[in-house]
Design a protein around this ligand. Structure first.
Ligand code: ATP
Ligand code: MG
Ligand code: MG
Length: 375
């Protein structure tokens, strides 16, 4: 009996648990929430704070190796676990991904361009901000996700007001870039340096939250795909990364590729791989953690993923699943969350089909039935 441990009990942890169980592993989830999506389906559920030394000791005691599904797990907690068990990714890599300033410095080291930016920690630094960074987006350096902790600012007066408002230092001011499109690359890197990648995702965000991911031949220029994969691999190699890493990119109107941020775990934009690839991002996470071989995943079907946010849940009811599941090639994933609320990720719908045209037609019909804006 081998148990794989995971820090965090959200939907990413739940899908990791499912993948691990399918390969015969037992699982242990540490999460304070008694009804967390992953804790509810795991063999062991250690219900403590992420920083509780006793909970961490219990997780280490039952686990063969430990990963994370939540990027804001305190790096010290990962370091405590690492004293007695293999931890992947390492606390040092997670710490970089947790801090936009450290993350951008790492991108620069790897030679991958990111948006022009300034770190703002003091009133003096606020005053000294170069006007060429405006209009821009002020982002808290830590803890932001789904566009939370971000304010778009046009003038230095708006910047000062936003900085006072966020009440968090440090922040990062990024120049607002003219985006043509967004894409992301998921890589899995083993302890021996083997690195494989999923096909590159093209992503549509709405209100700072991922809405739609499309992956099929022809949705991105091949030269761009090649550059993005090479950049993601160099970012992983640069920290001797072990595990699954997602790197988000912007493609600008002039065709240039700019890195946005990275997530030290499987990613929402990689969920299509569960139904469209022979090896999913969660399978890759299990393999990297258990020290099993990595092979290059192969996508067997064109695919579109629609995120299912709480917004589409009718008061006291559920969306029309029967109608959606009557469409060919629809795969419904629900995370077992008890309450739907605006912007909350409740599940996703993967659509696969024999042709891109078929997948797009089905996805648009599913979106219409669910009340999701067309794309
Ligand atoms: P996630 O949930 O992906 O972690 P996040 O809260 O960390 O999101 P970002 O990825 O920094 O947020 O930004 C969210 C979205 O806002 C981006 O996907 C992009 O659409 C837009 N955006 C962010 N920074 C810029 C920028 N410098 N220029 C233009 N658009 C941007
Ligand atoms: Mg982020
Ligand atoms: Mg992002």
């Amino acid at each position: 009996e081998i148990t794989l441990g995971v820090m965090g009990g959200g939907q990413l942890g739940r899908m990791f648990v499912h993948a691990a169980q399918r390969m015969g592993f037992f699982t242990a989830v540490l999460d304070p929430d008694p009804v967390s999506p992953a804790g509810r389906v795991s063999h062991h559920h250690i219900q403590t704070a992420y920083t509780d030394p006793e909970g961490l000791a219990r997780l280490a005691a039952v686990s063969f190796a430990i990963t994370t599904e939540f990027e804001n797990v305190p790096a010290q907690a990962l370091n405590q676990l690492a004293a007695s068990r293999p931890v992947a990714p390492a606390g040092s890599a997670v710490a970089i991904a947790q801090d936009r300033a450290a993350e951008k410095a790492h991108f620069v080291t790897c030679g991958v361009p990111c948006a022009p930016y300034a770190v703002i920690e003091t009133p003096e630094q606020l005053k000294a901000v170069d006007a060429s960074l405006l209009p821009g987006i002020l982002k808290t350096a830590r803890m932001g996700y789904d566009g939370k902790g971000q304010v778009r600012v046009k003038t230095s007066a708006e910047l000062a007001a936003a900085w006072a408002d966020l009440k968090q230092v440090p922040c990062v001011l990024e120049k607002m870039l003219p985006l043509a499109l967004e894409c992301s690359v998921i890589v899995a890197r083993g302890a021996d340096g083997t690195c494989v990648n999923l096909p590159v995702q093209r992503n549509l965000h709405r209100d700072g939250i991922l809405a739609v991911t499309e992956v099929y031949e022809g949705n991105l220029p091949p030269a761009l795909v090649e550059r993005a994969v090479a950049a993601a691999k160099s970012i992983a190699d640069g920290v001797q990364y072990v595990g699954v890493l997602c790197v988000e990119f912007f493609v600008l109107e002039d065709g240039s590729l700019v890195v946005n941020e990275m997530a030290p775990r499987p990613h929402n934009s990689g969920h299509y791989s569960m139904d469209a690839c022979d090896v999913s991002q969660f399978d890759l996470q299990v393999r990297t953690l258990a020290g099993l071989p990595l092979t290059q995943p192969r996508q067997h079907s064109p695919s579109i993923m629609l995120n299912l946010l709480g917004d589409i849940w009718p008061e006291g009811g559920v969306p029309p699943w029967e109608k959606v599941l009557a469409l060919p090639g629809t795969h419904l994933h629900l995370y077992g969350k008890l309450k739907a609320s605006k912007g909350r990720k409740m599940g996703h719908l993967n659509i696969t089909g024999a042709s891109t045209h078929r997948v797009r037609t089905t996805a648009l019909e599913a979106a219409r039935l669910l009340g999701i804006e067309a794309f």
